[in-house]
Design a protein around this ligand. Sequence first.
Ligand code: APR
Length: 229
Amino acid sequence: MLTGAGISKESGLDTFRDEGGIWSRVSLEDVATPDAFRRQPDFVHRFYNDRRRQLLTGDVRPNAAHDALVRLEREWPGEVLVVTQNIDDLHDRAGQQNLIHMHGEILKALCLHCRAVHDWRADMDTATACPSCGEAGGMRPQVVWFGEMPLELERIFAALDTCSHFLAVGTSGAVQPAAGFVQQARFGAGAHCVELNLEPSDASSAFHDHHHGPATEVVPAYVDKLLAA
Ligand code: APR
């Protein structure tokens, strides 16, 4: 299963490309590239500090769609892998075990001096010192920026080459390599591909089946259907 920002929308987190989404308020070139971080690190830190703080307020919690994917994993032990493009921790808090954050996690930080990765819930700026090496000026959110390599692609490709079902939940199909996963599952593994999204996406034509509507409705309904089969 591939998830995107749409699965977290009903938990109160904005998507990127919908009207009023994150990229309509700030340019991705200014906050989500290595060059942006080199040019204006504190501006980039403020962007992620705001999103980290929003995630940690009490009223942002996993929703029924996250919970339905956990239910499926528990009913089909060892058979389900969730690959999320999201950097929030809602799948983790819902209890998903077999989970890959291919674009990293906003609640983790990387030190560019010593490469240590830390759990991170506080604000960060260029004066922040690394808890491991003590150096300042090198801490960054452990998120994958445009132009950087997504995480755990080997493991993801291995799953795509052997899967029988491929579900995409709440993603616009706008960003590679995630946008190409459905092709690999469909034509590589012969998987049955289903799009669960608010509305048709750029990648809709690659799927056999589509269930359009809010994730908190269409995902639990589809999981019920899978489990009843
Ligand atoms: N339920 C289901 N789907 C929804 C809902 C909802 N309540 N609200 C919006 N959606 C759908 C939209 O129709 C859209 O297809 O979620 C999708 C969100 O698309 P994007 O905003 O492009 O988010 P995503 O596909 O996750 O973006 C991929 O792009 O900017 C980068 O790194 C960022 O991981 C992100 C990647």
